[in-house]
Write a protein that binds this ligand. Structure first.
Ligand SMILES: Cc1cc2nc3c(=O)[nH]c(=O)nc-3n(C[C@H](O)[C@H](O)[C@H](O)COP(=O)(O)OP(=O)(O)OC[C@H]3O[C@@H](n4cnc5c(N)ncnc54)[C@H](O)[C@@H]3O)c2cc1C
Length: 420
């Protein structure tokens, strides 16, 4: 069995490691001419970190991330709504990592280079077409800078791990429109700052109508004086938005007004935002779940298969779970066509539920509930607005749909089946 992986992002590199472990030949073809540490913060929850533990990446990841230990929710007046433990602090066997996307990609890339060899990732190969027949599938590439044709590659299967603007998805579903705007625009960046709250807290505050912030650290002691690299995302409902590009620059003046009064004892938000260097801007978008992902020997994985709102820390995690399911299917089916169909049967319905849940009731729905019940006013006691058990039920409901509630992880068996 041989596999061509289109895209060397989080999903594509994880798939390469899992296929290698299963004894399946593969190579990654990445459009970027060099893999640079792009993006900012990303979270890996226990359903995905247990797969990284099986791949023996846990030590490398722990060295460049924060093991996040609690989720904390505030209203825009800085009043505490809800707090719950996360990762190991919540009794999971495996941690929640908060990490710079570039660091995560580098850990995966180093492991791919070590285990599969230095030519396992071919950069500067932009996939433009795929021809499949009953004996195999051929991916065709061009140089992303010059447009010149690059050598094509034939394999038993071709997997599109090429992200939100996936070419492979467009080849399979040419009639689909562009990503769908949610009505929320996001600005994001990182600041070097002293630890906020526990120093391992994932903070969500405010609400989308008037301005919401997500703040969490992704790296310890970056200046030798104990300050951390702290990731932030500002999210505001607005009709204004531009085409989503992960690297579009944003301006502080366009959104800081929403957070001007956010001077809390746990953080002076305007000062914190002013200290950020580069600000990136992108609209919150997703796509309706597809009716199918696989045609014969070609399928989709990760954001290419199911782009979702980044409201549940699950974009990378679901790509990693896809990679696990696909590697297991390719290992257990002698026909690649059957393997891709089995993978799709397992993962499409589950990820479609996460896409829909991220639209309606992701974890930050807790903030919406309090915003609506209080009419966006400060409260005297949170218990008079919403009970602790109702808040916990909202949080647990999301975990079950996304597949990381503690009980199902505990009873699910090993993250990966034994090596062949
Ligand atoms: C530059 C960048 C920055 C990001 N920053 C963040 C962030 O800060 N926070 C966050 O939560 N998520 C971020 N993401 C998204 C996040 O990585 C994904 O949601 C998640 O990890 C799922 O991974 P994926 O492998 O499906 O897609 P991605 O990680 O997006 O990887 C897709 C890969 O495919 C490559 N590619 C695209 N088209 C082609 C083609 N035609 N041929 C070959 N290769 C192709 C891309 O260059 C990219 O390397 C970012 C993604 C990118 C590409």
């Amino acid at each position: 069995m041989s596999v061509v992986i289109v895209g060397g992002g989080i999903g594509g590199l994880t798939l390469a490691l899992l296929l290698h472990r299963a004894g399946i030949d593969c190579r990654v073809y990445e459009a970027a001419t060099t893999l640079r540490p792009l993006g900012v913060g990303i979270n890996i929850l226990p359903h995905a970190s247990r797969i990284f533990a099986e791949l023996e990446l846990d030590e490398a990841l722990a060295g460049v991330s924060i093991l996040t230990s609690e989720a904390v929710f505030f209203n825009r007046f800085g009043q505490l709504i809800y707090r719950e433990p996360l990762g190991r602090a919540a009794g999971y066997e495996h941690p929640q990592y908060s990490i710079h996307r570039g660091e995560l990609q580098q850990v995966l890339l180093d492991a791919v280079n070590d285990r599969l060899g230095a030519d396992a990732v071919m950069t500067g190969y932009q996939c433009v077409a795929i021809d499949a027949d009953s004996n195999g599938a051929t991916a065709r590439f061009q140089d992303p800078v010059t447009g010149a044709s690059m050598p094509s590659e034939r394999a038993d299967a071709v997997i599109g791990c090429d992200g939100l603007h996936s070419t492979v998805r467009k080849l399979l579903h040419p009639g689909e429109g562009p990503p769908l705007y949610s009505g929320v625009n996001m600005w994001r960046g990182v600041a070097v700052w002293q630890p906020v709250l526990s120093g391992a807290s994932m903070i969500r505050a405010g609400w989308l109508k008037t301005g919401k912030m997500v703040i969490y650290p992704i790296r310890d002691n970056v200046d030798g004086e104990g300050r951390q690299l702290v990731n932030w995302v500002a999210e505001i409902e607005t009709p204004r938005h531009t085409h989503r590009d992960w690297n579009r620059l944003g301006k502080l003046d366009d959104f800081i007004g929403a957070f001007e009064a956010w001077h809390f004892d746990w953080l002076d938000v305007p000062r914190f935002l002013e200290s950020a260097g580069t600000i990136l801007e992108f609209p919150m978008v997703d796509q309706d779940p597809l009716p199918w992902w696989s045609r014969g020997r070609v399928t989709l994985l990760g954001d290419a298969a199911h782009p979702m709102y980044p409201r549940g820390s699950n974009g990378a995690g679901q790509a990693i779970l896809d990679a696990r399911a696909l590697a297991e299917a390719l290992k257990t089916h002698s026909s690649p066509v059957d393997a891709l169909a089995a993978y799709e049967r397992e993962r499409l319905p589950l990820t479609a539920n996460v896409v829909r849940m991220n639209r309606t009731n992701p974890p930050d729905a807790i903030l919406r509930e309090v915003f609506e019940r209080t009419g966006d006013k400060p409260f005297d006691r949170i218990e008079n607005v919403i009970s602790a058990s109702e808040l916990a039920a909202m949080s647990e409901g999301y975990k079950r749909v996304a597949g990381f509630d503690r009980e199902s992880l505990r009873t699910r068996g090993p993250a990966l089946s034994p090596n062949p």
